[in-house]
Design a protein around this ligand. Structure first.
Ligand code: SAH
Length: 456
């Protein structure tokens, strides 16, 4: 085999892309991963890390360019860890995401007959984030800096724009940065774990334009909050809620458990299709609203409700999916582990006069057992867990409940594939549709339809 040495410069042809969007060049069978390289490109690269089973290369020159290559529009793209695919046409991004799902499901497990649809994309794949969580720090010259982290680090890149965030969030960020400097407000230092402002979080209702601004602070004392609140109110009339969230932990978790309202309402309101939702600062809410409508519509198509079914909405957040389906179901039972989200779900059911709903706070794997012991017999179960997927007891109980259809939404297809193998005992995985909730990044969302084998 050819020798592979650190710092050596080589040329090669990219034959594949990893799930992180890195190009793969092989020397004999030894893989070298090269960020920013695209399939079929002839490239020159430098070896920056050489391990026993793989190496990492740095792209030096593209000798022959792929048709999928575009110039990244963001000036921070080369450094920032937020986006990974801006150097690729949007069409290629959508194809790559589908390909990842095909690789996961068609190459392993009993899923070779599962239909994997084209990725549902956005018409305009920019400025889609309705929630921005912006780290706040200080430069060496003690100026306030705000922006996203450098790749694989916690160094903040000071920026004044981000092309995947709502445009208004960027304006709020820039004004807040100016005021924090002007008022000389104390900024948290991640190394010493001291001082005050840690993050600025901004959330906007897609259809209502209501905006919530949250200052995440280390400790409760925030003397200049009133000055900041007055400035924000004056400059951004659509801000309906300003909050302070206290996060004293030394971990990477952005928000703490306690928050208080400094101005306006406790929650913001938004709509998806016909349903109105109230959203608390601590509740999960999908960050790409226009794509969420497409995702839920696809989930609804898969559910095939006739009005007679009992539906379980597991990992329900603020009840978005369950409330979306309630008008077409006999009864919806939802379960979610965050108490504030369950409170939101209950309020949202009342607000939308959807009386055929019941929400329980707890772990899905525990509450599903309770439902089973109560004799609840669901026709359709919606499953939408976090990245780590479902607990095994959840899945085995789900098999015992034996619904006709399971619609499983996932933000991590590899845990979805693992869970699908357990469900495959009794269910046919009929179809998967990837939905692009996070353009310009490598994140993939999918919705999968499982149908009980004796129903086919
Ligand atoms: N279906 C919702 C939320 C999906 S995100 C929507 O579309 O908006 C996943 C949700 O699962 C989060 O709200 C998270 O708080 C919740 N969660 C995480 N682990 C859980 C568990 N073990 N049991 C129940 N809910 C859980």
């Amino acid at each position: 085999m050819e020798t592979i040495k650190k710092n050596e410069v080589k040329t090669g042809k990219v034959i594949d892309l990893t799930h992180e969007g890195h190009g793969v060049v092989k020397v004999d069978r030894y893989p070298i991963f090269i960020p920013n390289a695209l399939i079929d490109e002839e490239i020159k690269f430098k070896l920056i890390k050489v391990k026993k089973n793989f190496a990492i290369g740095k792209l030096i020159e593209v000798i022959s360019e792929s048709d999928d290559r575009v110039t990244p529009p963001c000036i921070y793209y080369a450094k920032c860890g937020g986006c990974q695919l801006q150097h690729m046409t949007y069409r290629a991004q959508l194809d790559m995401k589908r390909e990842q799902v095909v690789n996961l499901f068609h190459r392993k497990g009993p899923f070779e007959n599962t239909v994997i649809k084209e990725t549902i994309g956005m018409v305009n794949p920019w400025r889609y984030r309705n929630k921005s969580q912006i780290p706040v720090g200080q430069s060496n010259s003690n100026q306030v800096i705000m922006g996203f982290y450098r790749q694989r680090s916690h160094d903040i890149i000071d920026m004044d724009s981000c092309l995947i965030q709502d445009r208004q969030h960027q304006e709020v960020m820039n004004r807040v940065k100016y005021w924090l400097n002007e008022l000389n407000i104390s900024i948290y230092n991640e190394k010493t774990k001291t001082s005050l402002i840690r993050h600025l979080v901004v959330r906007t209702g897609y259809h209502t334009d209501e905006m919530m601004v949250i200052f995440v602070t280390n400790g409760a004392t925030f003397k200049q909050s009133e000055l900041l609140v007055n400035k924000l109110k004056k400059e951004f009339p659509n801000i309906t809620s300003i909050k302070q969230n206290i996060n004293n932990s030394h971990s990477n978790v952005i928000m703490g458990r306690q928050s208080m309202t400094l101005y306006g309402k406790d929650k913001i309101e938004d709509q998806l299709s016909e349903v109105t939702y109230h959203i608390s600062d601590l509740s999960f809410y999908q960050i790409n609203s226009s794509q969420t409508e497409k995702l839920y519509q696809q989930a609804l198509n898969y559910a095939q409700l006739t009005g007679k079914e009992i539906v379980l909405d597991t990992y329900c957040g603020i009840g978005t999916i369950g409330l979306y389906m309630a008008p077409l179901a006999k009864h919806v039972y939802g379960v979610e582990v965050v108490p504030q989200a369950i409170k939101d779900a209950e309020d949202n059911a009342t607000k939308n006069q959807l009386k055929n709903t019941t929400f329980e706070c707890g772990k899905a794997e525990d509450v599903i057992l309770t439902w089973k012991s109560q004799g609840i017999k669901p026709g359709v179960v919606m499953v939408d867990p976090p990245r780590k997927g479902c607990d095994e007891t959840f899945l085995t109980t789900l098999l015992k409940l034996n619904p006709k259809r399971i619609v499983y939404i996932s933000c991590n297809p590899s845990t979805q594939q693992r869970d699908a193998q357990i469900l495959a005992e009794q269910y046919e995985l009929v179809e998967i549709t990837p939905v692009d909730m996070f353009p310009q990044t490598t994140h993939i969302e999918t919705v999968a339809l499982f149908v009980r084998k004796d129903e086919e």
